[in-house]
Write a protein that binds this ligand. Structure first.
Ligand code: ARG
Length: 462
């Protein structure tokens, strides 16, 4: 019975088992390709008409039927049938119901193998553009906070130990750089996504006088997949996208981890708006950073999808194998997870409130200007290794006294290093320390402002 529905009953002696039907069907998830499927079919039909394979009447019927199907899908009125296996057969069957023989002619010179590859590429291309916008929004939010906090001083860490003072604006702009490379990677992957497989048919091409360049141009593809076997079988374009997505999530996850740390009362550097935190069902005092924590967790899931697709591909002989139907759920979930995560961050970042005093206290606890003291001595002729040693002794003295380096009496510093004079305070104070790093890439407030201006221009240009 099901065979009859599928349109290839002739070859089979019995209907497919119900369980097998459920096992092999993809319509439950590949429905989301419907719009791409319709657009691709219309371009194919238009081309078939141009080259004289379809009559004007057939083309008009197909266009009319597809318009109605599109409307039914958008209204949620389309009757998706598991027995029709996937999005392609569901739409084709409905088309034939609506317009008769013209619907049956649509599949001339085409296979679901080149059809599905075309649909996924069309769909993914659009999603990449939206995700790039999402990344831009996160970058914009970070740049705005960096502007506000160009001169807010926090501890910079290495090994999660206080290392040197940095500005919070500079710290946030580090993520803007990471996301910029992510945008570049997505755009680069898009160039290889945006190739037309249609025309490859099942695997060997077709005997009809097709015009692939016309279809490509009509669908906005940058070029053609130039080998039919490759066109229907490789999913490297999806894998590459997932690799880029996994890197985005890795960057998000690092930022998420920092937000979690900074929100912890042990740090107390920031507060997140209540709408991005949740309480505890048992501990009334808790405010948990659920959104950053989930983002950190979801980065693992996206990396997992990348692994799934790599494993899916690696054992497949040319050309198409049904294995490839398994590319969709990991790919779709990658897109969904990334989209939602970027949205959450774009909305959450503007709400970050900074406790500048807590940040400053943390820097002062860590003798963060010890390197500045060593550099000061070097500039006065002390060899770097000796200067390092003298600065280390100064740290020990400050620790013994329970004060910051800038609070040590000048006489004590001079007993450690005779070349010290009163202007040493300029470098021992954390504001002087950051201000002195004004070169390109440095943490000085002025440099942060310059970078903010540069990013504003770049993000406006897109
Ligand atoms: N649903 C299938 C997929 O996702 C469409 C292609 C089916 N082709 C085939 N020869 N069974 O890959």
């Amino acid at each position: 019975m099901h065979r009859k529905d599928s349109g290839w009953s002739g070859r089979f002696a019995e209907p497919v088992a119900d369980f097998v039907l459920r096992y092999t069907a993809s319509v439950g998830f590949d429905q989301r390709l419907a719009l791409a499927d319709i657009i691709g079919s219309l371009a194919h039909a238009t081309m078939l008409h141009r080259v004289g394979v379809l009559s004007s009447q057939d083309l008009a019927d197909i266009e009319r039927g597809m318009a109605q199907i599109r409307d039914e899908i958008e209204r949620g009125a389309f009757n998706w049938q598991l027995a029709l296996e996937d999005v392609h057969l569901n739409i084709e069957k409905r088309l034939t119901e609506l317009v008769g023989d013209a619907g049956k002619r649509l599949h001339t010179g085409r296979s679901r193998n080149d059809q599905v590859a075309t649909d996924v590429r069309l769909w993914l291309r659009g999603e990449i553009d939206l995700l790039t916008e999402g990344l831009r929004a996160v970058q914009g939010a970070l740049v705005a906070q960096a502007d506000t906090h160009a001169a807010t001083i926090m501890p910079g860490f290495t090994h999660l130990q206080v290392a040197q003072p940095v500005t919070f604006g500079h710290h946030l702009l580090a993520y803007v750089e990471m996301f910029e490379r992510d945008v570049e990677r997505l755009r680069d992957a898009r160039r290889r996504v945006n190739r037309l497989p249609l025309g490859a048919a099942a695997l060997a091409g077709t005997t009809y006088p097709i015009d692939r360049a016309f279809v490509a141009q009509r669908l906005g593809f940058d070029g053609l997949c130039e080998n039919s076997l490759d066109a229907v079988s490789d999913r490297d374009f999806a894998i590459e996208f997932c690799a880029a997505a996994a890197l985005v999530m890795t960057h998000v996850s690092r930022l998420a981890e920092e937000l979690v740390l900074w929100m912890s009362p042990r740090y107390g550097f920031i507060r997140l708006p209540d709408r991005f935190t949740t309480g505890s069902s048992i501990m009334p005092q808790k405010k948990n950073p659920d959104v950053p924590e989930l983002a950190r967790g979801k980065s693992g899931r996206v990396t997992g999808h990348l692994m799934s697709l790599l494993m899916l591909m690696k054992g497949q002989p040319l050309a198409y194998n049904k294995d490839n139907q398994e590319d969709k759920e990991p790919l779709f979930d990658t897109v969904d997870t990334l989209r939602d995560t970027l949205r959450a961050f774009a909305e959450m970042i503007p709400g970050i409130e900074v406790d500048a005093a807590a940040m400053r206290r943390a820097v002062l606890e860590g003798f963060a200007t010890a390197t500045d003291l060593a550099d000061y001595l070097v500039k006065r002729g002390v060899p770097f290794r000796d200067a390092h040693e003298a600065a280390a002794r100064a740290v020990r003295q400050a620790a013994d006294r329970g004060c910051d380096l800038a609070e040590l009496p000048l006489a004590d510093l001079q007993s450690l290093a005779p070349n010290v004079s009163a202007d040493v305070l300029d470098v021992l104070r954390i504001d002087g320390s950051v201000a002195a790093r004004g070169h390109l890439g440095g943490t000085a407030p002025l440099q942060v402002q310059r970078q903010v201006a540069k990013w504003r221009e770049r993000l406006a240009a897109r």
